[in-house]
Structure formats: structure tokens, C-alpha cells
Design a protein around this ligand. Structure first.
Ligand code: GLN
Length: 192
């Protein structure tokens, strides 16, 4: 049976997620069909869902305007996997500490947008991630930091701060696993 994977495609790095999902599926010998989600009605078709990086203010506004936000909530309530990266983490958080973002409250963390900007706009670091045997090459681009963790499991920390968490069926990262050839995080989120 084929897995239907949605990539929220209102804005952000959509093609990269679609490619990473295909690589992860190949590793797990799963066949996958990827749908780009730009309007309501598609998320209910999806077994798994990626919410990409981009600009969280824009993504959050379009998700609410298009009626996709409620469908993402239903997807998570049904226990179906989600991988949210960077802006996706901000959009799914319970507190984005920014009035321009209406977060969905699906990952019980508070985030600070662009928190790594002070030390470096963008960088790559080998990151120990709970559930992965070898360090993951984590690409941070104007990344948020998770500065309060509620009822969620911290999967990775960088510089003493949480940068990946799991909350039920949702894995959320401050970095961009879709921007490296390494598909282990998509595998961890979707196929394990
Ligand atoms: N800085 C962006 C935001 O706050 C996130 C950056 C990204 O997704 N690479 O929305």
C-alpha cells in the first residue's frame, strides 16, 4: 500500500520536503505519493504531513485563510504523523511570542523567532538526535529556538537549547532536515 504524504505548499521550501520524503520512503521500502497542499480538502487524504520552513507569519495566515489549519488539527488529533521544520515549528507551537503569527497549539512549546540570528544567520552543525544513531547534519537558517518546553519530549539540543521535539505524532525541528541528502529525520517522523 502506498503512503500519501502532504507537503503544506502555501509558501516555503516545498520541493525539498517532497524530495526528502521520497528518499526516506525509499530507505524504508515504502511507496509514496506526495501531494502539495495549497487548499482545503487535501490534508484529510494524507497519511503524513510536512509543514516546511519559510516565513511563519505568511504560512500561519494562509493556513487559517484557506481553511487548512483546522484540517491540520484534525490530522494530529487522529494521531497521524507531522514533521514541522523551522517556520513550521513556529506555526505549530503553542506560543510564537509574536502577534503576527497565530500558532496552532499542536506542539507544546514556546519559541523565539530568529533566535540564532544574534550568533549567526545560518550554520550547519552535527547534532545528536534522540532516535538516530549517528549525528544529523542540521542546517539552521534564521532558526527559532525552543525556549519553553511543556508536555513534549526534547529530541535534540544545541548550545544548551532545545532544537527538536516530539509532541505525540508531531516531530518539530528548528533546523531544516529537508536541505541535506540525509533523510533519517523524515524517516523517524513518518516511517517508524
Ligand atoms: N525566520 C523565519 C520565521 O520566523 C523562519 C526561517 C525558516 O523557516 N528558515 O518565520
Amino acid at each position: 500500500m502506498s503512503v500519501t504524504a502532504g507537503v503544506v505548499a502555501v509558501q516555503g521550501d516545498v520541493a525539498e520536503h517532497a524530495a526528502a520524503i521520497a528518499r526516506a520512503a525509499a530507505r524504508y521500502e515504502e511507496s509514496v505519493e506526495v501531494l502539495e497542499v495549497r487548499e482545503a480538502g487535501l490534508v484529510p487524504e494524507c497519511d503524513v504531513l510536512a509543514v516546511p520552513g519559510g516565513e511563519s507569519t505568511t504560512i500561519s495566515r494562509l493556513l487559517h485563510d484557506e481553511g487548512i489549519a483546522a484540517e491540520v488539527r484534525d490530522h494530529v488529533a487522529a494521531g497521524k504523523p507531522v514533521l514541522a521544520t523551522c517556520a513550521g515549528l513556529i506555526v505549530l507551537s503553542s506560543d510564537a511570542r509574536d502577534d503576527r503569527v497565530s500558532p496552532l497549539g499542536l506542539v507544546d512549546v514556546a519559541v523565539e523567532r530568529n533566535a540564532f540570528g544574534r550568533q549567526a544567520e545560518s550554520f550547519e552543525a552535527p547534532l545528536a538526535v534522540s532516535g538516530l544513531e549517528e549525528p544529523f547534519p542540521a542546517v539552521f537558517i534564521r532558526a527559532p529556538v525552543i525556549d519553553e518546553v511543556g508536555d513534549a519530549e526534547v529530541l535534540a539540543e544545541w548550545d544548551g537549547r532545545a532544537v527538536a521535539v516530539r509532541d505525540g505524532p508531531v516531530v518539530a525541528t528548528a533546523f531544516h532536515p529537508e536541505l541535506t541528502p540525509d533523510a533519517r529525520l523524515h524517516g523517524l517522523a513518518f516511517f517508524e
